[in-house]
Structure formats: structure tokens, C-alpha cells
Design a protein around this ligand. Structure first.
Ligand code: TXA
Ligand code: MG
Length: 342
């Protein structure tokens, strides 16, 4: 299949492909999504095949209006309206109980709930309106790989498997949306994102903390959490304390394999570039680091010689919680420690 790179002026063409049951990758403010008509089970099945994604992992339904959510889901929980008012369009995905027979089981993974999101991207909101149907969209990466924040990432993973990608440049936030489950008695965050627990609690009051839910040993409520995620080809080690970068680089130098470093500029500037194979700047803060984390991991995949990547950690608070959630998965929980270097 020829895969097109649509411009943002070719929304009608992209919508026609969706209506014909084909897959189109769409931009959002978080990451690029892999779109299919949510009302067409055969099209939705192709999403799993293109990504190589296990079919028990349900998809987010992207909408351009709250009325569409009301059509499919039970929205009587007052928290729904409050969250929509505060955060939509935006990086918050809301899980709601479905009305009977709302979607085919291929969309929901057989669950009686579905995840809804109105992305903060004008091109994609226009696309959904032009297609006239809600659009399912997991991140548009091969399953297990870092999520795509550029159209080039999508084309790298999915060329030949999808009709096209609408290129709207870099995504912005860089990490996937916060997922909150409103289908349970006490709302709970299933996946942290830039819409933080604190921000949500300011709107709807106390929610359940998810800290005990994301441990590796438990069966996670968000089915996607149990799979290998965000893994580049190289081994990733997290450097939690910026002061440990010298020791970490000494240690990596002794491993006799080319390695990469991902850190903020102030850390990179202190290191002599000759000591390692390659470096990728995470900018200046946890916000820019979140925007560029997946891009950096993919950058090192382009260099097959790099076998190890040292990546800067941040405090697990605010946006840092979402950043560390993704980074720990890409690292398989591996942290550099000074003892290791001794
Ligand atoms: O920012 C985002 O959320 C991006 C963009 C494209 O919108 N999408 C995205 O989709 O990250 P995906 O499929 O990679 O992640 C969706 C997550 C998965 O962990 C999935 O298991 C969970 O949401 N999920 C979806 N429906 C669910 C449901 N009914 N109950 C529990 N978890 C659900
Ligand atoms: Mg994903």
C-alpha cells in the first residue's frame, strides 16, 4: 500500500480514506494517533494488525463534540461535565460506562466501558467532523516502540500499512494523555500525563491514588500497562541524580560499547562530547524533556551501533510523574547506581 504524507490542507482526502475503512494517522497535542472509523469493526481490526498490538488492549475513541460521547456513553456522573469543562479539548482521556451495544468488542477489548478524548488539535478536530464518525486512535507506533511525536516517526513504523499520515509538525506535549477512569465509584488515574492528579482534584475533589496500581506485579486496570512499552533497541539506564552523570558516563565508557546520553543542556555542556558516541538534548526542563523523550529514544534507534543510553531522570511530581512513568518503562526499570560503577 502506498502511504501518503497528507498536508493539513488535505483533510477531506484523509477523511475519505477513513470513511473507506482505511487507516490514517492524525496529529494531536500529545502524540500522533493511528486512526480508524470507530463504527467500522473491520477498519478497527486493521489498527491492531498495523501496530502488532494485542487485541485485549482497548482503544481511545477520539471525538470532536461532547454530544458524540453522550450518544455512546453514560455521562450522568457530574465529574464528567466538570472535567470536560476544565480540560477538553486537551490531554485527558475519560473512561465511561457504555450504553448497550455502543461499539463492537474490537473497539473496547470486550469491556463495558470505553475511553474518550477530545484532542487539542484543530486539524484533527476538523478531520473527525469531516469524517462524521468518532475515530479510534492508539499511538501510531509499532507496539512496544516509543510513541510518535513527528510524522516521520509514523512513516518509519507504518509505511506500507496505512493510507497516510497528516503531517502537522511536532506534537507539543510529547507524552500520551492522562487516563482517568470514571466508571468506578472513586475515580482513579490509570495512566499519568500532563493533566496531573493535583489539577484534576482541584476540579472534582479527591480521587484514588494510582500509586499501588502501577506496580509490575499487579494486573493493571488499563490493559495496555502490562505490555512492553517505549523500548528503543539500546538498553536504557536512568540517571536519577544529575550529579551522578560523571560517574554514569565513566561507567558506560568502560562497557566497551558505543553509548548515548540524553539530558538537559546544562548537563550536556559539562561533558566532553568525545567521551561518548552521541548525545540528544532534552532542552532545559522537565517540560521540554517530556516533549522530546520519545524523539530522543527514536533518534538513537537510527544508530544501530548505540547499545546503551543514559537518560536523565526527574522528580516524580507534576509532569515529572508522567515523564518517569514512560522512562521507567523504556528502561525496564533500570537505574544507574554508583555502586554499579564501583
Ligand atoms: O494521548 C493519547 O492518549 C494518544 C493520542 C493518540 O490520543 N493515544 C494513546 O492511545 O496513547 P493508546 O492506545 O496508546 O493508549 C490508550 C490507553 C491504553 O493503556 C489502554 O489500555 C487504555 O488507554 N484504555 C483504553 N480503553 C480503556 C478502558 N475501557 N478501560 C481501561 N483502560 C483503557
Ligand atoms: Mg500507545
Amino acid at each position: 500500500m502506498e502511504t501518503k504524507r497528507y498536508t493539513v490542507n488535505q483533510i477531506e482526502q484523509a477523511a475519505a480514506a477513513l470513511n473507506a475503512g482505511e487507516l490514517v494517522s492524525f496529529p494531536t497535542e500529545t502524540v500522533y494517533g493511528l486512526g480508524a472509523d470507530a463504527t467500522n469493526p473491520a477498519a478497527v481490526k486493521k489498527v491492531y494488525a498495523a501496530k502488532g498490538r494485542p487485541s485485549d488492549n482497548p482503544l481511545i475513541v477520539h471525538v470532536a463534540s461532547v454530544e458524540t460521547v453522550e450518544h455512546y456513553a453514560v455521562t450522568s456522573n457530574p465529574a464528567f461535565g466538570q472535567l470536560v469543562k476544565a480540560f477538553w479539548p486537551g490531554s485527558l482521556t475519560i473512561i465511561l460506562p457504555l450504553k448497550h451495544g455502543a461499539f463492537d468488542a474490537v473497539v473496547t477489548g470486550g469491556l463495558k466501558t470505553a475511553a474518550f478524548r477530545m484532542p487539542d488539535n484543530q486539524v484533527t478536530l476538523s478531520l473527525i467532523k469531516a469524517a462524521g464518525v468518532p475515530i479510534v486512535g492508539p499511538s501510531a507506533n509499532t507496539s512496544g516502540k516509543p510513541s510518535p511525536t513527528l510524522a516521520d516517526h509514523v512513516l518509519h513504523d507504518l509505511t506500507g500499512k496505512i493510507a497516510g499520515v497528516i503531517d502537522d509538525g511536532p506534537t507539543g506535549v510529547g507524552l500520551e494523555s492522562t487516563v482517568i477512569d470514571l466508571s468506578v465509584a472513586t475515580p482513579v488515574i490509570l495512566r499519568p500525563g500532563v493533566v496531573t492528579q493535583e489539577a484534576i482534584e482541584r476540579v472534582i475533589g479527591p480521587i484514588m491514588t494510582n500509586k499501588h496500581k502501577v506496580g509490575a506485579a499487579e494486573t493493571p486496570k488499563a490493559p495496555g500497562m502490562k505490555y512492553k512499552h517505549y523500548a528503543p533497541n539500546a538498553q536504557v539506564y536512568i540517571v536519577a541524580n544529575p550529579d551522578d552523570f560523571d560517574a554514569a558516563i565513566d561507567w558506560a565508557s568502560q562497557q566497551a560499547v558505543p553509548f548515548g546520553v540524553m539530558a538537559v543542556d546544562t548537563i550536556l555542556e559539562k561533558q566532553a562530547k568525545v567521551r561518548f558516541k552521541d548525545q540528544f538534548s532534552l532542552g532545559e526542563s522537565v517540560v521540554t524533556a517530556s516533549q522530546h523523550l520519545f524523539e530522543g529514544l527514536r533518534y538513537f534507534d537510527l544508530n544501530p551501533e548505540v547499545k546503551l543510553i543514559l537518560v536523565q531522570g526527574f522528580a516524580k511530581e507534576g509532569v515529572g510523574l508522567a515523564y518517569m512513568n514512560r522512562l521507567e518503562k523504556s528502561a525496564g526499570q533500570k537505574y544507574f547506581s554508583k555502586q554499579q560503577a564501583d
